[in-house]
Design a protein around this ligand. Structure first.
Ligand SMILES: Nc1ncnc2c1ncn2[C@@H]1O[C@H](COP(=O)(O)OP(=O)(O)OP(=O)(O)O)[C@@H](O)[C@H]1O
Length: 636
């Protein structure tokens, strides 16, 4: 179906719907709360005082605040939050706006673009988190950019993007990989390197997607290409940076150091630039400029004479010149540092921050591309002539708040849409996995990957017994389904969140964690996951009491991770056979593919079996000796 640029307008409308849904949610949340409830939920911070004032990059004023009693905040703010600053008890017409540049449990550093108002140093303050439209505006601007790609090669790229023209491939070159690759991995790297427009790397769980991306980066740089590594989340970008550093590439991380993992902060642009001679000089000029501004202010406030007035004016002029000079030196330093980098790693949203507007790339790698919306991913897609998207459309899609926008297409990632438009020829699926025992792998392989996955011999037969204390007696086949049918373990609704929990299942899970730890399993190698946040919440405290190192989380939060043993509580149990979002098989696929050696699933077959997927799962455990009824299982 041929498309025209109005397609991007439609995406823009869906994006606006999503923004409205987010706003409506935060307004509803805020209105239903008292000031103290807002503070409990991290939407406001009260009773703050200013501790320190300094000058940061770009001449921004950095202010450090803490509570007057120095107590920790009930709920810490996030770096990058936009806040309104006002006196604690007085009304002001225009609260000052600032960005949270560093947040800890007891201190908040704020970055002001302009001089903060005088009340900042006059008594206690209050901060309100305000909805931040920066990312939305950047994504909108990105859509406009795509629409305007109208000439020559750019126009062709847009037509490929719209699905109107097929992508082109160069003749593949012989590959000399830096490490041994399996056939699908080698093919993925070769074809990605030959792509003239884009290529999709489909990485099912544990199949070495990271290995492929690292190889691609190394090969591309060896061919003299400049690389952009990007993804929606900071964690994913950090991961790409680590892959590149491990390959010995000169890679740099752009983004606020406070949002970058501590061990990688030394590789951030902000920190490297601080050492550059031009930046050292610019800091001195900023200091001088601020001294002059201060002098001018004093001249103005110490009485009205012609001489004072003229002093103030000339000092202000000089200060402004110094600021300009300082900023220009700083830009020079930033450019010099960026120029040396073979690889730039940055989140999709920060790509548009202006810092990188003049940087050019030959190739962009976009990881976790199936978890980001199309408009966001486009910010990366338009930054290089060749783009490689990596992800797994069979795992969780982007999270969308607006049901309407999701239904109209916002939940379809660019990866999936390109695949729909251009067919399987633009993609390589990796097939050999290095995580799961073969028996754990088989069900998701059949259901989600056409039965095409295979287990590498080094993992195919791994068992839990190998990592337990010698002689420990635990019933732990690779996959075990514990059926609660008939036990009367009904699901319950948590009133405030409308999420579900199931106390009977929780009891069985707690007992199982105890049993595995007693058998010598390392607490770091077992995790409890569930689709429902209320069930995770119920279980967390009880499991942490056994060991703080056993993680309890929702499936969504656990995507991308792995452990030796994974315990899943499905939670649903009702006489109507209602399964809610258990019917999103991508969520179940994520849950079932996290373990290396042992998958333990608790659920109610009477509720689950109405769904063919769960019926097949249960039947398989019955055929393979992995089915147990809670009636014959030890009472918790
Ligand atoms: N061709 C290969 N031969 C042997 N081992 C491999 C190969 N490819 C990957 N591995 C190993 O498999 C494990 C998983 O690889 P990798 O980290 O690349 O997985 P991944 O699919 O990217 O995982 P995720 O998607 O969670 O990031 C690693 O220990 C890696 O060394």
């Amino acid at each position: 179906m041929p498309r025209d640029v109005s397609f991007f307008d439609q995406l823009g409308r869906l994006l606006a719907m999503e923004r409205d849904a987010e706003r409506a949610r935060s307004v509803a949340l805020a209105q239903s709360m008292t000031l103290h409830e807002r503070a409990e939920h991290g939407l406001s911070v009260l009773d703050l005082e200013t501790l320190e004032e300094e000058v940061g990059l770009g001449g921004r004023i950095l202010l450090t605040l803490a509570r007057a009693d120095r107590a920790p905040f009930p709920s810490p703010l996030n770096n990058g939050d936009l806040v309104a600053v006002m006196p604690r008890r007085a009304e002001v017409k225009e609260p000052a706006r600032a960005l949270v540049s560093r947040a800890t449990r007891t201190r908040i550093q704020l970055a002001f673009d302009r001089s903060p108002p005088p009340f900042i140093n006059e008594g206690l303050l209050r901060l309100d988190v305000v909805p931040n439209d920066v990312t939305y505006e950047r994504v909108r601007a990105g859509l406009e950019r795509v629409k305007s790609l109208d000439k020559g090669a750019e126009r062709r790229k847009r037509e490929v993007l719209l699905g109107n023209e097929p992508p082109r491939f160069d003749k593949p070159k012989e590959l000399e990989p830096t490490r041994p690759l399996n056939p699908e991995q080698a093919d993925a790297v070769t074809r990605a390197l030959a792509a003239e427009d884009f290529f999709l790397v489909h990485g099912p769980p544990g199949t070495g997607k990271s290995t492929v991306l690292a190889e691609l980066a190394a090969q591309a740089v060896a061919r003299g290409e400049r690389l952009l590594c990007t993804a929606a989340s900071n964690a994913a970008v950090d991961h790409l940076l680590e892959l590149c550093l491990d390959k010995g590439l000169r890679a740099i991380r752009v983004g606020h150091p406070a949002r970058v993992a501590a061990r990688l902060q030394q590789h951030t642009l902000d920190i490297i630039v601080e050492e550059h001679p031009d930046r050292v000089l610019s800091r001195e000029l900023f200091d001088e400029a601020f001294d002059l501004f201060g002098y001018a202010r004093r001249q103005r406030t110490q009485g009205r004479s012609r001489e004072r007035f003229s002093n103030a004016r000339s000092s202000t002029t000089e200060a402004k010149q110094l600021m300009d000079e300082a900023r220009s030196l700083e830009r020079k330093a930033v450019r010099a540092v960026l120029e040396r980098a073979e690889v730039v790693c940055v989140t999709l949203a920060s790509l548009q921050s202006g810092l990188l507007s003049h940087e050019e790339f030959n190739l962009a790698l976009i990881d976790e591309a199936t978890q980001a919306t199309e408009p966001l991913t486009l910010l990366g897609f338009i930054r290089a002539p060749k783009v490689v998207l990596a992800g797994d459309p069979k795992q969780l899609p982007p999270t969308i708040l607006s049901q309407e926008a999701a239904k109209a297409g916002l939940a379809v990632s660019l990866f999936e849409r390109l695949l729909q438009d251009h067919g399987e020829g633009v993609k390589r699926m990796l097939r050999e996995q290095y995580r799961m025992n073969a028996r754990i792998m088989e069900f998701p392989s059949q259901e989600m990957y056409g039965g095409e996955l295979r287990a590498h011999p080094s993992v195919a037969d791994r068992t839990l017994a190998e990592v337990l204390s010698p002689g420990a007696q635990v019933d732990a086949p690779p996959v075990l389904f514990l059926d609660t049918a008939g036990k009367g373990f009904e699901e319950q609704v948590e009133e405030s969140t409308r999420s579900l929990f199931n106390t009977g299942e929780a009891d069985l899970i707690v007992a199982r964690v105890k049993e595995l730890l007693a058998a010598g399993l390392s607490p770091r190698e077992v995790a409890v996951i569930t689709p429902y946040s209320a069930q995770a919440f119920q279980l967390r405290e009880r499991v942490e009491a056994l060991s703080p190192d056993v993680e309890v989380d929702t499936v969504d939060a656990f995507q991308g991770r792995e452990k030796d043993a994974i315990l899943v509580t499905l939670t649903r149990s009702n006489s109507e056979g209602q399964l809610g979002f258990l019917t999103d098989l991508r969520r179940m696929n994520v849950a079932l593919t996290r373990p290396r050696r042992h998958l333990f699933v608790v659920g109610d077959s009477a509720t689950l079996s109405g769904n063919a997927f769960y019926a097949r799962f249960i039947e398989r455990t019955q055929n393979e000796g992995g089915y147990r009824s809670a009636w014959e299982w030890p009472e918790p």
